[in-house]
Design a protein. Structure first.
Length: 232
């Protein structure tokens, strides 16, 4: 069972009853407060729990704002394509990635405010990002490694929601498909960051000196620019 209430400060709060829940819990997800109570629990007690944590929840909402709604007005430039969403007389959702454009075609009666519709659209965008990440990132990493004399043992693409990339002690590099949401100069910065870890595994002075050299003196400026983006 699910119920939504509107709070003047916290926005929409979703109250959920879960038969698997053993306690009252609250979390912030995609810019919304999700409050869960066990079967047979008290809604008033859950709301009191929300009130007790109001300050913490407000801070979390500021740090993790809601995702923008994907609809016909959406204009997003990813690294290798632009997103366009249109309606048609089709009975189902359809996507086509060609000539630098990801076109998602939706049924004419699509309600873009519906959570399931948003989940469907985001899943389609994620598929496109994964395809492009696997197609473009490995050869770009290889070219940068050859240019600067780095050696790594392999590269894998993941849907990491915590890191843009990582490097193992065996010099294997992992990259998040979310990199395709960044401009190319920041993608290259992340790739070079991980390549530098094949030589220096920590973030000490020698690491930053090396990264600064291979980025043309832009290491710290690029790091600050990257912080403006969230991986979610």
């Amino acid at each position: 069972m699910e119920k939504k209430i509107q709070d003047p400060e916290l926005g929409i709060i979703t109250l959920r009853v879960s038969p698997r829940a053993r306690r009252y819990s609250i979390r912030v997800r995609a810019g919304q407060v999700i409050a869960t109570l066990p079967a047979g629990g008290s809604e008033s007690r859950l709301l009191a729990f929300v009130e007790e944590n109001r300050e913490r929840l407000a801070k979390a909402l500021r740090e993790h704002p809601s995702r923008p709604l994907l609809d016909e007005r959406t204009e997003i430039d990813f690294a290798s394509f632009k997103l366009r969403i249109v309606r048609s007389e089709r009975a189902n959702f359809y996507m086509r990635l060609a000539d630098g454009e990801l076109r998602i075609t939706c049924p004419a009666d699509t309600c873009f405010e519906d959570e399931e519709v948003q989940a469907t659209l985001r899943a389609m965008v994620e598929r496109a990002l994964r395809h492009e990440a696997k197609r473009l990132l490995p050869p770009r990493l290889s070219a940068l490694a050859a240019r600067h004399g780095f050696h790594y043992t392999g590269v894998r693409i993941h849907n990491s929601r915590t890191r843009w990339g990582s490097c193992s002690s065996r010099k294997g590099i992992n990259l998040s498909l979310s990199l395709m949401r960044l401009p190319w100069h920041l993608i290259d910065y992340v790739l070079l960051h991980e390549l530098c870890h094949t030589v220096e595994m920590n973030h000490g002075e020698r690491f930053w000196s090396l990264l600064d050299r291979v980025t043309g003196g832009r290491a710290r400026a690029s790091r600050e620019e990257l912080r403006k983006y969230t991986i979610e």
